[in-house]
Design a binder for this molecule. Structure first.
Ligand code: ADP
Length: 251
């Protein structure tokens, strides 16, 4: 009946309103931490006029770092909210996924080296054309690989990136041998602002990376998922419809 329909519409509006409130309070919370640091350190600098050398430098660099963190956060929020509104901001076009992947691994090498890790790349396709945007696909892969590096705390950390072609789809898996993701957290890690319990303060992300990545992949008609396996560590898989492929010699 009409009354029922009105009741349903009403409830949906209330839910939306609540989601919005929650979002705003999460954003405020995320903004507060860097803002507090910027304010405190700039006040010290203003008051302690005779502050010199290394100490002064340290305060200024903290202010700089925290403002960068704010900028990144705001960029990510804007990015995610545009994606959630259904705006794509790019045209999908034929892209060689294998070269995007290679580039992403290359970009992450520096981060890996800092933590005495190597990234192993195991490619199974010589070329794989998918419908995507190279920068955005690269963004997703870099996000997954840098997570695999960041959250890997084992003594012999390993990150393995592998690509293959299965049933007309292009697949990339990013696996690490770190602590992995606890069962209770598996359903939550793709939610915005969700940060794992183990994610310490030293890791600067706002918990938006996976939410953004999942949206981007969906806008390329693909999917991003967490693979549950028996091996230790986490494994994420990106699957994209394949336009054209060329197998490695001998396959
Ligand atoms: P951020 O890295 O900014 O916290 P993400 O959305 O990229 O945000 O990740 C959300 C959470 O998922 C992380 O805080 C972490 O707890 C968990 N996570 C992501 N990747 C891994 C991984 N490779 N190993 C273990 N935990 C991970």
């Amino acid at each position: 009946s009409t009354a029922d329909q009105l009741e349903i519409a009403n409830r949906q509006l209330r839910d939306l309103d609540q989601a919005k409130d929650e979002f705003l309070s999460q954003v405020s919370h995320e903004v507060r931490t860097p803002m507090t640091a910027i304010r405190a350190f700039s006040e010290i600098l203003l008051e302690a006029e005779d502050l010199k050398g290394a100490e002064r430098e340290k305060f200024i660099s903290t202010i700089h770092k925290e403002s960068l963190r704010l900028t990144t956060l705001l960029d990510e929020i804007l990015d995610l909210s545009a994606l959630e509104r259904g705006e794509r901001g790019w045209e999908n076009q034929p892209v060689d996924a294998e070269s995007v992947l290679e580039q992403a691994v290359h970009v992450c090498h520096a981060l890996a080296r800092q933590r005495a890790m190597t990234i192993r790349l195991a490619r199974r396709a010589k070329a794989a054309t998918v419908s995507a945007d190279p920068d955005r696909l690269g963004q997703v892969l870099i996000n997954l690989i840098s997570n695999a590096i960041k959250y890997n705390s084992t003594e012999h950390p390993q990150v393995t990136v592998s690509s293959r072609i299965v049933d007309g789809a292009y697949c990339v898996e990013v696996a690490d041998n770190g602590p992995g993701i606890a069962k209770a957290e598996r359903g939550k890690i793709f939610e915005k602002f969700y940060r794992g319990r183990r994610a310490g303060a030293a890791l600067t992300g706002a918990g938006l990376g996976l939410a953004i990545s999942r949206q981007i992949v969906a806008r390329m008609n693909g999917k991003l998922e967490l693979i549950e396996g028996t091996r230790r560590g986490a494994c994420f898989r990106v699957t994209l419809p394949l336009l054209k492929a060329e197998a490695m010699a001998g396959e």
